[in-house]
Design a protein around this ligand. Structure first.
Ligand SMILES: Nc1ncnc2c1ncn2[C@@H]1O[C@H](COP(=O)(O)OP(=O)(O)O)[C@@H](O)[C@H]1O
Ligand SMILES: [Mg+2]
Length: 281
């Protein structure tokens, strides 16, 4: 059994809905995630969203990244510019820039070296120049990019490019990274690269938080410590509605199956349960 504690709220969705005109895409979305702390370990958070196509995952992600305002409700994160009140950091509505969004193409500035791109990503940070440099150098070493520091995108391997693009978002946003289907259409080597990046994000800072979607149920069960199934709920007559909402939440930490190196019977059972939930929604 892994020991851990749940600390401050890091992400809180409250009654989120998104409608376009008459059409409701997602509704009644509520969830709350806390900072997980494990003794003697740096442990970030990995939150997976599974749902069939068109159930509103990308729509929800655009709200979580502050790119779209929800029609109702709020997505709240701690306001790091505020002083704690009674030991609690006040919350604020997420704004564009608070949460990094990594697109699948891992786009980089062609004319910036890795170091220049990361410095640019931190341009709005209140840290001093020396502190920024320290932070960037620490990440470059941890992420195996130290030797690539002065290289341009065309001189990097696929994995190095991905890691640089992810770091850029992590450094500009603070600690949150949203990845919409980061594993779709990748070959096995690149899937491993992204998995390695997840591990690096998790081990780099306690508050680092990955929010991702995938259609690969096993991969979600393997990587996530918190997993949400988003789908169409059923109305009183048992008929499927046409908006997405959260139908199930699995806390793999509480289940004792988060952070495991191997995929065991419990993981397989959960994957099976999730598969059924997806098919019914
Ligand atoms: N800007 C928009 N205007 C109208 N409908 C939209 C818009 N964006 C997405 N939708 C619709 O919202 C639904 C959910 O889409 P999406 O969030 O992309 O789902 P998912 O990522 O789960 O596949 C789809 O039916 C899509 O057509
Ligand atoms: Mg989508």
């Amino acid at each position: 059994m892994n020991h851990y504690e749940q600390k401050d709220t890091i992400l809180h969705a409250e009654n989120v809905s998104v409608s376009y005109g008459e059409k409701t895409i997602i509704k009644d979305i509520n969830f709350l995630e806390r900072d997980t702390v494990r003794p003697g370990k740096v442990q970030g958070q990995v939150i997976a969203f599974l749902g069939r196509s068109g159930r509103g995952k990308s729509t929800l992600f655009r709200v979580i990244t502050g790119l779209n305002k929800p029609t109702t409700g709020h997505v709240l994160i701690p306001d790091s510019t505020k002083k704690p009140i009674d030991g609690k950091i006040p919350a604020k509505d997420v704004e564009e820039g608070d949460v990094g969004f990594v697109d699948q193409r891992y786009t980089l500035f062609r004319h910036k070296t890795v170091y220049q791109a990361l410095t640019y990503a931190m341009r709005n940070s209140t840290l001093s120049k020396a502190e920024k440099n320290d932070k960037i150098m620490r990440y470059l070493v941890e992420w195996g990019l130290e030797k690539s520091k002065d290289q341009y995108p065309n001189e990097l391997s696929g994995g190095q490019r991905q890691r640089t693009a992810i770091l850029e978002q992590l450094l500009s946003s603070g600690h949150y990274i949203v990845m919409d289907e980061p594993f779709s259409g990748l070959d096995i080597g690149n899937i491993l690269n992204v998995k390695t990046a997840f591990k690096l994000i998790n081990e780099s800072h306690d508050l680092n938080t990955i929010i991702f979607s995938t259609h690969d149920i096993e991969l979600a069960v393997e990587l996530a410590d918190s997993l949400y199934v988003i789908g169409y709920p059923r109305n009183a007559e048992g008929k499927l509605e046409t908006f997405g909402t959260i139908l199930h939440h699995y806390d793999l930490k509480a289940m004792g199956i988060a952070w495991h190196d191997s995929f065991g019977a419990q993981h397989r059972d959960l994957a099976e349960e999730v598969k059924k939930a997806l098919l019914a929604s």
